[in-house]
Design a protein around this ligand. Structure first.
Ligand code: FAD
Length: 505
């Protein structure tokens, strides 16, 4: 009688535990799953921001939302605020725009986008403010929902900020509940079979371990996909320049201080800083390009941002890029071993979610275990390339004139696919038909928020007559304004909702 195929996950960070829990839940315990991790090596422990896809993932895993918020020290994330990306602060003015998660409001018959584009630039509201109430709600530090609303649901789209270590622990507990076998130990070697696949891994504490499919979740060390199988890494450094982060945590000066539900991303001369509000501390990091900035200058930027030097920061080097082959023979890379582009827009966990959902669905229950590899690699590579386009969009529209920003605006560093889209978007806004959904992490409206937040011009003036519903659109804009004002009065503050959830333990 044929036995079930076994899966061995190497690595117990977010990638390893999320993959193990997801597959255990998906296969309902029918496929044996073992996870090996080395507590001595530990996990990277950064990555505090997620994308709204995380809600469906946590719900699928059967993790209670309130429990997750308590255990992972999580808060709600409604989007990202970008400060100083268009231009550096000048004459006391700073540029600021929002990328909220909520899609622009629309009705079956009216898209507001062309009508906003046709408004007078000098007097119109900012794009995000005009098309969604979330702009106003998040700016007022309100929660995206009421406490009484159902788990993982609410009137406004949201994700979370969380403590990365505590998230991994929450996922670990759930995976073990779902039947995953947990081994603590160090992978010390890999034996290859004649066909170049993995025959077994060797460990210091548990001897040799064998499986049908190996998931490499060993982080930047890439023990299986990189070291053992030698799968090449494709650098994206010619397109995305940041390659270092200085990260730290600081407590709130006042325990009652409002909790931001936006990641605050502030541009500096050679990168940007993240500022993430958790329940009891802020995670702050300075991301920069080592080709454009020295480590001591980055440290000075972080210090100036925080306003004192009473913290410990650690430096995390990374190379932006990914492996075009993520599934090689009987090994699939998930998480940092497969690639990492940069912290902007929180795509690390999104890529893990995409990979594990595909592994589950394409899993070959019999026959060659690498049968789905070609398709998987094609879809994952396209996803990485599309994320590169989206991240590059944030940089290449900037008018800042430091070398880092000038290099980013140089067409030689802008992917051709993005350049083609930008040319079209001069004459029409981004459309859902610009993108193939199965290989996208971001939708057309995510692009709209960045483009129009950065002052990009789509000129519809010659086609004004093609948009005759200006009156209906004006009414909708007014409704969004008044709904936004009401929502700010009705919704609890973000801190109040987090307190209520934490008090319900
Ligand atoms: P790790 O956390 O490094 O885990 C690797 C695991 O492998 C560990 O358990 C380790 O012990 C184990 N291991 C390694 N070698 C061995 C061995 N020989 N034997 C046994 N075990 C071994 N993502 C987001 O979604 N949002 C963000 O805001 C975000 N910000 C980021 C900021 C920075 C600066 C960086 C670098 C990344 C960020 N990411 C972010 C990405 C995110 O951190 C990762 O995608 C996520 O943490 C997954 O990491 P991992 O599990 O692949 O690796």
């Amino acid at each position: 009688m044929p036995r079930d195929r076994g899966i061995l996950v190497v690595g117990g960070g977010t990638a390893g535990w999320l993959a193990a829990a997801y597959l255990a839940r998906f296969f309902a315990g029918r496929i044996p799953i073992t996870l090996l991790e080395s507590p001595d090596i530990g996990i990277i422990g950064v990555g505090e921001g997620a994308f709204p896809t995380i809600r469906a993932t946590l719900q699928f895993l059967g993790i209670d939302e309130a429990r997750f918020i308590r255990e992972a020290s999580a808060t709600f994330k409604q989007g990202i605020r970008f400060d100083d990306w268009l231009h550096a602060p000048r004459d006391g003015t700073r540029h600021q725009y929002l990328h909220p998660f909520e899609a622009p409001f629309h009705t079956e018959s009216t898209s507001l986008i062309p009508y906003w584009l046709l408004q007078d630039e000098a007097t119109r509201a900012s794009f995000a403010e005009a098309v969604t109430i979330q702009n106003r709600v998040a700016q007022a530090c309100c929660a995206p929902k009421q406490g009484r609303e159902g788990a993982y649901a609410g009137p406004l789209n949201y994700a979370y900020h969380f403590d990365a270590r505590r998230l991994a622990q929450t996922l670990e507990a759930r995976a073990v509940d779902l039947g995953v076998r947990h081994l603590k130990g160090l992978l010390t070697g890999v034996d290859l079979a004649e066909d170049g696949s993995i025959a077994r891994i060797r460990t210091a504490e548990h001897g040799a371990l064998e499986a049908d499919l190996y998931l490499d979740c060993s982080g930047f060390r890439a023990e299986l996909i990189g070291k053992a199988l030698g799968v090449p890494f494709k650098s994206a450094k010619h397109q995305l320049f940041t390659d270092r982060a200085l990260a730290c945590k600081i407590p709130y000066a006042d325990p009652d201080a409002p909790i931001e539900s936006l990641t605050i991303a502030t541009a500096h001369e050679a990168g940007w800083t993240w500022d993430i509000s958790l329940e009891s501390a802020r995670g702050i990091g300075c991301v920069y390009s080592s080709a454009h900035m020295r480590d001591e200058d980055a440290a000075a930027i972080l210090r100036a941002y925080i306003g004192h030097d009473d913290y410990k920061a650690r430096i995390i080097p990374f190379e932006p890029g990914y492996r075009e082959t993520q599934w090689a023979k009987n090994c699939v890379a998930v998480g940092l071993s497969g690639g990492f582009l940069e912290p902007l827009e929180s795509t690390g966990v999104v890529l893990i979610e995409a990979a594990v959902a595909m592994i589950a669905d394409l899993f070959p229950h019999s026959g060659p275990v690498d049968a789905p590899a070609a398709r998987f690699n094609q879809l994952m590579a396209a996803r990485y390339e599309n994320i590169i386009n989206f991240l590059k969009l944030h940089y290449c529209l900037s008018m800042r004139d430091e070398p880092f920003w000038r290099d980013n605006a140089d067409p030689a560093s802008i992917p051709e696919a993005l350049q083609q889209l930008l040319r079209q978007w001069r004459h029409r806004p981004p459309s859902r038909f610009d993108f193939t959904l199965d290989v996208e992490s971001f939708a057309f409206f995510n692009y709209q928020y960045i483009l129009y937040g950065m002052g990009f011009r789509t000129d519809l003036s010659a086609a004004r007559a093609d948009f005759p519903d200006a009156e209906a659109a004006a009414k909708l804009f007014a409704r969004i304004r008044s709904f936004g004002e009401r929502a700010v009065e009705d919704l609890p503050t973000h801190r109040a909702l987090i307190r209520e959830i934490n008090a319900g333990a």
